[in-house]
Write a protein that binds this ligand. Structure first.
Ligand code: FES
Length: 112
């Protein structure tokens, strides 16, 4: 099966007290559930899939979500952002600009 949209949500869980934060600690699994729920509710789950994944290596900006085939990276995704990602990006091919990784990277580079 080749999905028209494939959503990977980081659910990596580090030990309590680890030096780096992890998306699993910050509601990564809840994000997976919400994406799956909305895809099913909107009957998009026939040709779109959301699933958990391991660390995507941008932990400081998590919870992290990436959508293929476009390779659009979202950061600091909250539960109430999921509906917007589904409607705007998955259904209408318009990425949610305010959640894009590029904004965090630009801000970090400007601060360094
Ligand atoms: S723990 Fe999610 S990107 Fe590393």
């Amino acid at each position: 099966m080749i999905y028209t949209k494939h959503v990977f949500i980081c659910t990596n869980q580090r030990m309590p007290g680890a030096a780096r934060s992890s998306c699993g600690e910050a509601h990564g699994l809840a994000l997976v559930s919400e994406f799956k729920r909305l895809l099913k509710e909107k009957k998009l789950n026939v040709n779109m899939r959301a699933q958990k994944t391991g660390c995507l290596d941008i932990c400081d900006f998590g919870p992290t979500v990436v959508v293929y085939p476009e390779a659009v990276w979202y950061v600091n995704v909250q539960l109430n952002d999921v509906a917007e990602i589904v409607e705007s990006h998955l259904q209408n091919n318009i990425p949610v600009d305010r959640l894009l990784l590029k904004h965090k990277r630009d801000a970090k580079q400007n601060a360094d």
